[in-house]
Every structure is written in structure tokens, then in C-alpha cells.
Ligand binder design. Structure first.
Ligand code: 4AD
Ligand code: MG
Length: 431
């Protein structure tokens, strides 16, 4: 007897196997009854034939409610008609636990109703598909960097100061040392890593106390941040574009079934090939002007601006050289135009907006110190960061990719709340 998973059934046709899982659905037709079992790896049709089974086993059908857990034994048969493609003619069926009336039914539920039951909602086929794609994306991120000589360089979550601006810091008491802040980005630590190892990536959860209630904002999200010594802005854009192509191709290679489940238009993903178009901030504002969208030159783009700028492109669009006034203190200014930063954002197609933000970093000690003062940041907290410019400073660059926005775009779904098992937003911290 082999205990196995539904995903392995194709290799076990003709053999007797044991499966365990939960009841997805059931139906009966005369002397034959069908239990649809899901075990997390797929669904399989289990057939109860009255004449071949004891009454006790045959009657488990009546007791099993949606999401009850149970265990079956039977011989595997290929069946095009069966949901999942395989069928087990059961020789045994044992109930593990009968579920109470399950709140999530095949009828339509409101999003708040489902979000309140997120711990159960993650059992549904659509959520499965999305979270499996998330899994592939995270795997692809690690594979990309691991196979190219990058060292994983973990950054702390408790930090003494802001990285991306003080207005979105989560604060907490930290023993005798006063206040600590949840990290907004591991980048500053990644820079220390790049000076130690040449190329590193930081990958972990990050926190922003954003007052934004949009479909793109979480208060806790995962970000991957490569940082490379001796890379300039162009090298940084080359890396980001190659990396994004790799991620999308990995999903196309591994998740065709999932993409079908969520009815994603695959051709939009197949377009995601290098080279990506690159335009300057200035050129992006020209697009807005041409489209008659009111915009004050020098501001950052809002979500509707990003959509308007990127909607005519069939692949991610790189926008570079933003006004330094709207960007972080650590970005190096463009020597050709001091009002601009050597920054770049990547805007996903189909209106998904910014998924990557990055830059070349200021590598001059005096200039960086002046910026820290200009931004009224606490200098003591950045003394270690200034050390990186005191001891063998070199040009270097990096970027951050937000995992949830990337999953939302690749899946073609409306809101980031479905892209992570338990989304954290300003108005939701449960379950
Ligand atoms: O553009 P951001 O703020 O860049 C940084 O944090 C840099 N330190 C990264 C670096 O250069 N190492 O954030 C990077 C990305 C965004 O492009 C977006 O994908 C995601 O992080 N992001 C969010 N995702 C979900 N919810 C939020 N509130 C997000 N804020 C940023
Ligand atoms: Mg940004």
C-alpha cells in the first residue's frame, strides 16, 4: 500500500493507493456515489459502488459534509470525465473529522465576507492558483540570484531609523534604547553587504505605515532587494529587466494550469521579453501632456499617471531620472542635471503601476552627509551607513521589487489583498 498525493496519481495508474484530504464536493447517481477529494495538490474523484462495499463504508457518503476530512483506498484509473483527470474506485473510506456547515459555498460572496474568513478562503481553487504562482515567483527570485553569484544578505526588521522617509514608519518601544522602527526596506544594510560581497540580495518582509487605501498598498509586504558594487544606473536597469523576464518566464513554464484557473490572458505575459522600453521622467511627463492629463512638473506620479504613461506599452516600462526632490536621500544625482536623481522605476503593463523602484546610490561622503542633514534625518543613526563611504566607497546600485504587486500583475488580479496568505492593510489585521 502506497500513501500518496493526488499530484502523483498519473504515475500510479492501475495501482491501489491511499489518499487523505478534504471533501471538495459530492454527488450521487443511483447505486454509484462520487466524492471529490482535495488534498492540497489537486482533486480526485472517488467512486463508491454500492455492491462492492460494506454498508458502513458506502454510507460514509451521507456523513461527509463539505470540507470534512477523510481517508480513502482504491485503485487509480485515468478518466477524462473525472474532475482532476483521475478516479479511484474505493475499497475503503474512513471519516477523520466531520466538518460543521462550511461558510464558503460555491455561490458568490462579498470580498469582506471572504477576507474575514481568509483562513478558510485559502482552500479555494482560485486562491490556490494565485498562491501557487506566488510560490513560483519567490522560488524564481531566489533561483535567479543564487545561480548568478549573489549572496543572500538578511537585513534586520527592527531598525534605528527611516530608509524611505519618516512619514510611513511603524514605531515600537525598544527596552532601554528608546524607539525602534519596523524596516521599510533592507537596502541600507544591503549596501553594506555589497561592499563586503560584491553582489547580494536582501529578501524579507517590509513595513510601511501608508495611509493609502488603494488596491496596491499593504502595510506589510515582501520585497527583494539586490545590491551590486560597481553597477551604475544602466547596469541596474539591465539587471532589473533580465530579472523580471526570468520571473515571468518561470511562471509561464510552471503554472500554466493555475493561469488557466484564474483566466489570465497568457499572451500579455508572453510579451514580457527584453529589451524593455526606457524613457526619462521628462519624456513620461510629455506623454501626460500629450494625453491632456494635468500634471505639475516635478511631482511624483500618482497611480492614474502611471497607468496613462505605461498603457501604450506591451511590456514593463522603465522610467528613469526622476526629480531628486521627490526621491529618497540616498540616491545619487545625475551629473548631467543636478535636479534629477539616478533613479528608475519599472511600471508594469496593463495599469499595474510601479513594481520596481531603484537607483544608483550616492557614494560621496560629503554629499551624502549633506543630504542626511537636508532630510533632517538623525545623523547618529546613519553613522554606520556613512562608514560605507569612509572605507573604500565605490559606485553601486540596486533596486527593490515588491512581491505582492508583482503577483497581482502576473495573475492579472484587481487587488494585492489576494496575493499573500494574510494581507495586512490599514483597515485589516485579522485573521
Ligand atoms: O520604491 P520603493 O519604496 O523602494 C525602496 O524601498 C528602495 N529602498 C528599494 C531599493 O532600491 N533597494 O519600494 C520598492 C517596491 C515598489 O516598487 C513596490 O513594488 C513595493 O516595493 N512597495 C509596496 N508594495 C505593497 N505595498 C506597499 N505599501 C508598497 N510600497 C512599496
Ligand atoms: Mg518607489
Amino acid at each position: 500500500m502506497t500513501k500518496t498525493y493526488i499530484s502523483d496519481l498519473s504515475k500510479l495508474v492501475g495501482q491501489e493507493v491511499e489518499l487523505q484530504g478534504w471533501l471538495y464536493n459530492k454527488r450521487s447517481s443511483g447505486k454509484i456515489r462520487f466524492l471529490i477529494l482535495r488534498d492540497g495538490t489537486g482533486i480526485a474523484q472517488c467512486v463508491l459502488v454500492k455492491n462492492n462495499l460494506s454498508e458502513e463504508v458506502f454510507n460514509t457518503f451521507d456523513a461527509l459534509t463539505q470540507e470534512s476530512s477523510f481517508k480513502v483506498k482504491g485503485v487509480v484509473k485515468q478518466s477524462d470525465k473525472a474532475p482532476g483527470g483521475f478516479e479511484l474506485e474505493l475499497s475503503d473510506c474512513t471519516i477523520i473529522s466531520v466538518a460543521q456547515e462550511y461558510p464558503i459555498t460555491p455561490k458568490e460572496h462579498g470580498v469582506e465576507f471572504l477576507a474575514d474568513r481568509r483562513h478558510l478562503w485559502v482552500r479555494s481553487s482560485r486562491q490556490h492558483a494565485i498562491l501557487r504562482i506566488r510560490h513560483t515567483i519567490i522560488h524564481a527570485i531566489r533561483e535567479y540570484f543564487d545561480s548568478r553569484g549573489f549572496i543572500l544578505f538578511d537585513a534586520p526588521i527592527f531598525t534605528p531609523a527611516a530608509c524611505e522617509g519618516t512619514s510611513t514608519l511603524f514605531e515600537t518601544d525598544y527596552f532601554e534604547l528608546g524607539k525602534a522602527y519596523l524596516t521599510q526596506s533592507g537596502q541600507l544594510y544591503g549596501e553594506a553587504g555589497a561592499m563586503a560581497f560584491g553582489k547580494v540580495y536582501v529578501f524579507g518582509p517590509t513595513f510601511r505605515a501608508e495611509k493609502s487605501k488603494t488596491r496596491r498598498h499593504l502595510t506589510e509586504f515582501w520585497m527583494v532587494e539586490p545590491e551590486v558594487a560597481f553597477n551604475d544606473l544602466n547596469d541596474n536597469m539591465d539587471l532589473a529587466e533580465d530579472f523580471l523576464e526570468f520571473i515571468v518566464q518561470s511562471v509561464l513554464k510552471n503554472n500554466m494550469e493555475d493561469l488557466k484557473t484564474i483566466e489570465r490572458n497568457i499572451s500579455k505575459l508572453e510579451n514580457v521579453k527584453k529589451p524593455f522600453p526606457r524613457i526619462s521622467y521628462h519624456e513620461a511627463t510629455e506623454i501626460l501632456k500629450r494625453k491632456g492629463i494635468p500634471f505639475d512638473y516635478g511631482n511624483d506620479f500618482g497611480a492614474p499617471d502611471e497607468t496613462a504613461i505605461s498603457e501604450d506599452y506591451d511590456r514593463p516600462l522603465i522610467v528613469h531620472r526622476y526629480p531628486s526632490a521627490v526621491k529618497a536621500f540616498y540616491m545619487k544625482r545625475d551629473p548631467q542635471d543636478e535636479t534629477k536623481a539616478l533613479a528608475m522605476d519599472i511600471l508594469a503593463p496593463e495599469g499595474y503601476g510601479e513594481i520596481v523602484g531603484g537607483s544608483q546610490r550616492e557614494d560621496d561622503y560629503d554629499v551624502l552627509l549633506a543630504r542626511i542633514k537636508e532630510h533632517e534625518l538623525p545623523q547618529e543613526a546613519f553613522d554606520w551607513y556613512l562608514d560605507l563611504r569612509r572605507y573604500g566607497s565605490v559606485p553601486h546600485s540596486g533596486f527593490g521589487l515588491g512581491v505582492e504587486r508583482t503577483v497581482a500583475w502576473i495573475c492579472g488580479i484587481e487587488h494585492v489583498r489576494e496575493t499573500i496568505p494574510f494581507a495586512r492593510m490599514i483597515y485589516r489585521i485579522t485573521p
